[in-house]
Design a protein around this ligand. Structure first.
Ligand SMILES: [Zn+2]
Length: 382
């Protein structure tokens, strides 16, 4: 997702530093390169000349030279001032920065979304379900900058839809309507400025057979499409979570949505020379690859990688991750191959596979023959 602390305007960070440490007890001093103040962790307000804490204004690094605390100022806020952190997060989207739209990122009831007040909890909230969701995200090595903006859906009868008399509203199968995304991670499809109307709902329970659900109330759109820059190398993936590991990428939810997304977003086809489609590393993906290559899109070379998708390959170490938590750009670009000549490569790969398959069959047959011969010998001896 195109959300980064780097998108937060300096003016907003200045305001936040001044709000955080502007109180007299910190003796805040503003210089052109940094802020200097009494450390909130180890400082003594009675000794205002001992100011060991700094926030450097180039990289927004908080550092104390006495107690050694050192972190991005956003991390300081996250750990020490939840409300201020959440407000600042909303500046992290690139694109349109108008304040009016930004309000909508907050988990409040929206007409378009199938959630009641209080049904969604931010992953930043201190709630057991939010903590379970954070543990899931961390287990998959999803970047905090991404999952900080996600939600989890609580389970509760109070979220079921009711009529004016307080009775439950039932669907055609006679089941109550509402709360259908309970106990799922809610991954909003943010638009410019932070509004969202579509989402993926990922089951947190590993035994839940229906891993993903998405909201059918609105037309399906590609995840992160508003933030895609088609003038640079860009990537199309199947899975939303997979796409958060690749810079300048969208997710389309599955092979079957490819043509629709291309039709809805003509800028993709206009810049297809920049576009690599990273289908999953499975049989269906291999077939889809033949089709997208025919349409002139670059393909991703999975050779030597066992895992079936990007997240799996990140976790297994088969895809190298950089300091920012993305799969290395060099690695991705190095395996993005042009559509020209791809048909021959695929045919050779398939040829190899067919040859290996024939070899395996020969070996199996040989073993069978030997077994039969051995059995016949035994029979003869008796
Ligand atoms: Zn300190």
């Amino acid at each position: 997702m195109s959300f980064s602390y780097a998108n937060i305007p300096d003016a907003a960070l200045e305001e936040a530093v001044e709000a955080e440490f502007g109180d007299n007890s910190f003796a805040l001093e503003k210089k052109s390169q940094y802020y200097n103040f009494i450390c909130p962790f180890c400082g003594d307000p009675a000794r205002p000349n001992k100011k060991k804490a700094y926030v450097y204004r180039d990289r927004w690094l908080f550092r104390c030279y006495k107690c050694g605390q050192s972190m991005h100022f956003m991390k300081y806020l996250k750990e020490n001032d939840d409300a201020a952190y959440k407000r600042m997060l909303l500046f992290g989207f690139d694109g349109d920065r108008s304040d009016d739209k930004r309000e909508e990122v907050l988990p409040k009831k929206k007409v378009d979304l199938p959630f009641e007040d209080g049904e969604l909890i931010s992953l930043l909230d201190h709630h057991p379900l939010a903590e379970q969701a954070v543990a899931f995200c961390q287990g998959r090595r999803i970047r905090p900058e991404v999952y900080d903006l996600w939600f989890v859906c609580q389970e509760g009868d109070q979220f079921l839809k009711r009529d004016d008399l307080g009775g439950l509203v039932l669907n055609e199968q006679g089941r109550p309507i509402g709360n259908e995304f309970k106990n799922r991670l809610i991954i909003p499809f943010y638009k410019y400025g932070g509004a969202w109307t579509q989402f993926d709902a990922r089951a947190l329970d590993p035994d839940n057979k229906l891993r993903y659900r998405n909201f059918e109330g609105v037309k399906r759109q590609a995840y992160n499409i508003d933030f895609l820059d088609v003038t640079k190398p860009f990537y199309i993936l199947e899975g939303t979570i997979d796409s958060t590991f690749i810079r300048n990428a969208i997710a389309i939810g599955g092979i079957s949505h490819f043509d629709e997304v291309i039709a809805d977003n003509p800028q993709i086809a206009e810049h297809k020379e920049n576009c690599t489609v990273i289908w999953d590393n499975d049989n269906a993906g291999e077939l889809a690859r033949i089709e997208s290559v025919k349409k002139g899109y670059k393909w991703f070379n999975w050779s030597g990688i066992k895992e079936k998708d990007v997240n799996g390959a990140v976790l297994s170490g088969e895809m190298p991750v950089d300091d920012d938590g993305y799969v290395s750009t060099q690695f991705i670009e190095g395996r993005s191959l042009p559509p020209e000549g791809a048909a021959i490569i695929f045919a050779l790969e398939r040829g190899d596979m067919a040859a290996r398959e024939r070899q395996k069959q020969r070996e199996t047959r040989l073993q069978l023959v030997q077994k039969m011969q051995a059995k016949q010998k035994v029979e003869v001896w008796f």
